[in-house]
Every structure is written in C-alpha cells, then in structure tokens.
Design a protein around this ligand. Structure first.
Ligand code: HEM
Ligand SMILES: *[C@@H]1O[C@H](CO)[C@@H](O)[C@H](O)[C@H]1NC(C)=O
Ligand SMILES: *[C@@H]1O[C@H](CO)[C@@H](O)[C@H](O)[C@H]1NC(C)=O
Ligand SMILES: CC(=O)N[C@H]1CO[C@H](CO)[C@@H](O)[C@@H]1O
Length: 321
C-alpha cells in the first residue's frame, strides 16, 4: 500500500506539472506526423527571399526577437493594426523599422498548402529565423516547436520591453534578465548585428556625441547621417561594417576597434570586464560564439509560448481568426 508521504509527493508532482505546464512543452518533433514536410516547405521560401534581397534574412531574424520579447513567442508582432485593433507594428522600436512580413506571408501560404490549419505563425517565424541564420553562413540547430498564436498584441509592452539603441549596459542586462536571459545570452544574441542595417535615427547619438567611437568610423557614418534630428532619419548603414550579409564574428571584432554602430553595441566592450571577456572569447572562437548564440536562440524561443488549447493557429499571420 502506498504510504501517505508517497501519495502526497505524487499529488505535489502532478500539481507541479499542471502549474509548470506553460513551459517545457515545445519539442523539435512537434509536427513530425502532422506536418512532416514543414522544414522542406519553409526553407526554399526563405532561400528565395534572401536570394532576391540579402537583408531579408536579417529582417526575419529580428522579427523573431521582437516577437519573443513581447508577450512571448506568440506571433503577436505579425498582427496588423486595424481600426479596432492596435498591434505592435507602430511601437517605437518597430515603426518604420521592422520588415520581412511578406516573407512570413509567403511561407504561411506554402505551409497552409502542405498542412492546412496545423502550423502556427509563431513557429513559422522560429523556423524562418533559424533558416535565415543558416543561409547567411551561421550555425544550424533543431528548432523547438509547438507554439500557438496569440489573439492579442501589446504596443505598450513593445515600447517598454524591447531595449532601445540608447541603452546602457546595465539596461541591456536588465531587459534580457527580465526575460530569463543571462548576460552571456545577451552578448551572444547581440551578435545578430553581424547582419542587417540600421537607420540614422538609431545611431545618430552614438556617431555625434559618444567618445567611445573610432574617429574615422564616426566620420564615415556622419557622411550619410546628418546631425539634425529629422533630416536623413531613415538613411541606412550596416550594423557590421565588414561583412553585413555574412553571419560571422566580425561584429565583435568591430567592437574592440570601437566601430560598433549603435550606442548599445559599443556598450558590450570597454564598460565591464564581464562582457569584455565574452567579446574576446567570441573573437578568438567563432565556434564559441555560434554555440552560445544557439543556446541563446533556444532560450529566447522558450519565452512564454502559448501551448495546448491556449491561443490559436492563425489562418493569416496578419490577423486573428
Ligand atoms: C541587445 C539589445 C538590442 C538592441 C538595443 C537592438 C537594437 C536594434 C536596432 C536599433 C536596430 C536597427 C533598427 C533600425 O534602425 O531600423 C537593430 C537591427 C537588427 N537587430 Fe537588434 N537589437 C538588440 C538585440 C537583437 C537581438 C537579440 C536580435 C536577434 C536575435 C537582433 C537582431 C537584429 C537584426 C538582424 C537587425 C537588422 C534588421 C534589418 O536589417 O532589417 N537584435 N537592432
Ligand atoms: C510611425 O511612423 C509614421 C510614418 O513616419 C508616423 O507618421 C507615425 O506618427 C509613427 N507612429 C508612431 C506611433 O510613432
Ligand atoms: C548631442 O548632445 C547634445 C547635448 O546633450 C544634444 O543637445 C544634441 O542633441 C546631441 N546630438 C545628437 C546628434 O544626438
Ligand atoms: C582597450 C581599451 O581601449 N581600453 C580602454 C577602456 O577604457 C579605459 C577607461 O575606462 C581606458 O583606460 C582603456 O584604455
């Protein structure tokens, strides 16, 4: 006969599993029987988008970050505004900035054809972000799946929880920590800025007013980014001046030369020994960067997913069913 302490322990375990039920439910084999062709359907669409425009890989990767940091990885960033629904697309970090939605739409169309009503937009974004990294020369990993799509969005959380490019190192650490991500995750995930572009308005303060910047680099960027706010705000510059379409460790090499584009980028070097040592480790070893980047992506992908019967599988990634 079971002792009362065994009964109690089993009841406690059941309760723990029920309460903890929102995390740890994603799995790399989630669609293996319901949509076995998922990966082979997504990748060629990402590949063809990147072949047409290299930047789209960067844009899709960033969409996944901005999705996960707001209400969890639930496709909330993909929702369009309507007269009666306020999405996240006009939040300060997103407005005139996030892009790549057409790629997600194209993938969704292809996936709906292969497996109608099965795969969430949140999962499509997770797979497309991984494929983008791989196609541009970065690491590969198995993506955990099983997220469902939200029926809501939060512009106020998008404004508060996505760190701005003016962030200090301590701000960056605390914004990531609030999502369960460590300083190491933050430094490794910032390595995403090895690809993609930023607008003048995002780096103007750094190139005109900061002193921790290489003078000739500042001058070069000032040439296409006027100091007056409002003029040339949308002029673009590469986040990694060396290889802006290759996923490599040049981002970190730029930082030790004081050639980080954003104020927040340059905060990772020569502010604290704790991040300096990570930057140096990633310069010494692309393998270390890639493996910390992959763990960071998996942890970020685990942020508050909707699972089970929560949320829905959207038919169109831009609107709730
Ligand atoms: C550490 C805190 C971070 C800050 C402050 C930050 C800020 C920014 C800013 C300001 C831009 C340029 C936006 C514009 O001017 O339009 C940008 C671009 C980008 N960010 Fe971040 N970011 C951070 C972390 C991340 C993470 C974690 C990822 C992905 C895992 C990421 C991926 C990207 C990519 C790929 C681009 C280029 C997008 C494109 O060209 O369309 N960033 N980021
Ligand atoms: C977003 O950008 C548009 C176009 O530049 C601008 O008119 C609008 O005021 C911005 N919205 C917000 C909420 O900042
Ligand atoms: C630089 O700093 C000064 C003084 O704080 C400020 O008035 C100016 O707007 C800043 N310029 C840029 C381009 O951020
Ligand atoms: C490598 C490097 O440039 N280190 C500098 C970082 O900042 C300190 C001041 O805090 C300088 O003295 C170092 O030379």
């Amino acid at each position: 006969m079971a002792s009362s302490s065994t009964v109690f322990a089993s009841a406690a375990l059941v309760l723990l599993l029920l309460l903890g039920g929102t995390s740890a439910q994603l799995s790399t084999s989630f669609y293996s029987s319901s949509c076995p062709k998922l990966f082979s359907t997504v990748k060629p669409v990402v590949q063809s988008a990147i072949s047409k425009e290299k930047r789209l890989g960067a844009s899709v990767l960033r969409l996944f970050f901005h999705d996960c940091f707001v209400l969890g990885c639930d496709g909330s960033v993909l929702l369009d505004d309507t007269p009666t629904f306020t999405g996240e697309k006009t939040a300060k970090p997103n407005n005139n900035s996030i892009r790549g939605f057409e790629v997600i739409d194209q993938i969704k169309t292809a996936v709906e054809k292969a497996c109608p009503g099965v795969v969430s937009c949140a999962d499509i974004l997770a797979v497309a972000a991984r494929d983008s990294v791989v196609i541009l020369g970065g690491p590969n990993w198995d993506v955990k799946l099983g997220r469902r799509d939200s029926r809501r969005a939060s512009i106020s959380k998008a404004n508060k929880q996505i760190p701005p490019p003016t962030s200090s190192l301590s701000n960056l650490i605390s914004k990531f920590s609030a999502k369960g991500l460590s300083t190491k995750d933050m430094v490794a995930l910032s390595g995403s800025h090895t690809i993609g572009l930023a607008r003048c308005t995002s780096f103007r303060g750094h190139i005109y007013n900061d002193t921790n910047i290489d003078a000739s680099f500042a001058k070069k960027r000032q040439a296409n980014c006027p100091s007056a706010s409002g003029s040339g705000d949308n002029n673009l510059a590469p986040l990694d001046l060396q290889t802006p379409t290759a996923f490599d460790n040049n981002y970190y090499k730029n930082l030790v030369r004081f050639k980080g584009l954003l104020h927040s980028d340059q905060q990772l070097y020569n502010v604290s020994d704790s991040t300096d040592s990570l930057v140096k480790a990633y310069i010494s070893s692309t393998g270390t960067f890639f493996s910390d980047f992959v763990s960071g992506m998996i942890k970020m992908g685990d942020i508050k997913p909707l699972t089970g019967s929560n949320g829905e599988i959207r038919k169109n990634c831009r609107k709730i069913n």
